[in-house]
Design a protein around this ligand. Structure first.
Ligand code: NAP
Length: 256
């Protein structure tokens, strides 16, 4: 594992559970000083206690630029700067296109895409002062690569994050800040576990590696993008899905 995150200041938005908590744990175990942000300070603090290694929780709402500016200022003051932003907070309430309201569209967009913009914009002044400024976005296979009924709004935001990234990385290159994205497949989180064992079994059966992803699988990919070793990698994506998007058909999977 890279040693280059030791002592680095990292903030993970949406770090109180699921994938964000996995990212926070992997970074903390790599020696980083990790700030876990979510709207509920108590849950962020509970996740930080569970992770240990000096991680701490704070409240912040990615839908508000002012909230993110305050959060980045707090993290920077507490950690003596900011080196890595993991912009991970996201929501995925399903709604079919024919029934979807404008408010439902806005809610998902405000958190996932506008929230990415707010998080990145608020972090830039601090990342500019780092010699290892890194931004790692959590996108998804849903949107950039695949589709799933009920998620037109979600898929649009996850694809939108990549469009955002491809220009942000050019604008921020003059500060040696890199911007990359991890695209998870189906990852075991609290939310997925709540959908029952049968659902998880059938999802796992559609993955060539025959298992769902662990949150740590995403954490390790994010860690690579944040490392010193990835200094020359920017504007790139990595799919972490156990090969899920690859079979051309059910038949291709069955014949394997
Ligand atoms: P999750 O378990 O529901 O966790 C979402 C996290 O985001 C929580 O910490 C939540 O905390 C926080 N959050 C939500 N709205 C927020 C806001 N407005 N401001 C700040 N924090 C907010 O979700 P997850 O499954 O881990 O998903 C995390 C990311 O991975 C998302 O971007 C999602 O699109 C992506 N992803 C997930 C999967 C999967 O299989 N799970 C697959 C592909 C991509 P609070 O409620 O306390 O704010």
């Amino acid at each position: 594992m890279t040693q280059s995150l030791k002592g680095r200041s990292v903030v993970v938005t949406g770090g109180s559970k699921g994938i964000g908590k996995g990212i926070a744990r992997v970074f903390a175990q790599a020696g980083a000083k990790v700030a876990i942000l979510s709207r509920h300070a108590d849950q962020a603090e509970a996740a930080a206690r569970e992770i240990g290694h000096g991680a701490f929780g704070l409240s912040g709402d990615v839908t508000s630029l002012a909230s993110m500016e305050k959060a980045m200022q707090d993290v920077s003051a507490r950690n003596g700067g900011l080196d890595v932003l993991c912009a991970n907070a996201g929501i995925f309430p399903p709604a079919r296109l024919e029934e979807m309201t404008s408010e439902q569209w806005d809610e998902v967009n405000d958190t996932n895409l506008k929230g990415t913009f707010h998080s990145v914009k608020a972090a830039i002044p601090y990342l500019k002062r780092s010699d290892q400024g890194r931004i790692v976005l959590t996108s998804s296979i849903t949107g950039p690569v695949t589709g799933f009924p009920g998620w037109t709004h979600y898929g649009a935001t996850k694809a939108g994050q990549l469009g955002f990234m491809r220009t942000a990385c050019i604008e921020l290159a003059k500060y040696a800040i890199t911007v990359n994205a991890v695209l998870p497949g189906n990852i075991v989180t609290e939310g997925l576990a709540g959908m029952g064992e049968e659902y998880q079994r059938s999802m796992a059966a559609s993955v060539p590696l025959k298992r769902l992803g662990h949150v740590d699988d995403i954490g390790h990919a994010a860690l690579y993008f944040a490392s010193k070793e990835a200094a020359y990698v920017t504007g790139q994506t990595i799919i972490v899905d156990g090969g899920q998007i690859l079979p051309e058909s059910l038949e291709a999977l069955a014949q394997a």
